[in-house]
Design a protein around this ligand. Sequence first.
Ligand code: AMP
Length: 249
Amino acid sequence: MKILVPVKRVIDYNVKPRVKADGSGVDLANVKMSINPFDEIAIEEAVRLKEAGIATEVVAVSCGVAACQETLRAAMAIGADRGILVETDAELLPLAVAKLLKALCDKEQPRLVLCGKQAIDDDANQTGQMLAALAGWPQATCASKVVIADGQATVTREIDGGLETLRLNLPAVISADLRLNEPRYATLPNIMKARKKPLDTVKPADLGVDVAPRLTTLKVSEPAKRGAGIKVADAAELMNKLRNEAKVI
Ligand code: AMP
């Protein structure tokens, strides 16, 4: 069973994003970029399925600028067998990525696409769902446990107030939530090995996909600064302020 894992290059989660002075977007100049954390979890899960003898090949896919090669190498250092870069300088919205992934699924014929539940830069939480719709495949989002057996996936999802268990026929799309696993550290030997693994590059036009954005970003701004806190003398003053100033009780 081949597993395709889409991995996105995003601002590292430790970096505080800065908005460009003209408000046109987030400033990416000289900013540390990393593999999207949920995609790292998806890769780890796919690699564990391979180690368990369930998957035969793990293919990482990244769509974006040439530097996404680093993201693919990071995925290969965790254990992905090879990488595919869909190279473009165009701004990619979730629908465009879903169309690119659909075209790659037609070509690669994976039995499972294991993506992250959301990218931490756009927080869209859309790409996996759109891919499932385009491919006509079942989907289970926000997986905290995945069991594959007899051509089916049993997926546990954390939902409000409990756990939901779904059974899907393969091929399917599953998106990884935070508690699915804890990704291993990429060791130096594995980082070195990853450099020699195959990495193919294609262009959106090779896949017959028009990636032109359907949405325009009008403005990006910083969140409002929080005011300084105050100290209250006692519980009575706190209650008074909550009731009469903040008006929250
Ligand atoms: P999003 O819908 O943007 O929140 O992203 C959800 C998931 O789709 C991510 O966790 C990735 O697995 C995948 N994805 C989104 N954008 C890309 C991209 N440019 N390249 C590869 N995978 C992507």
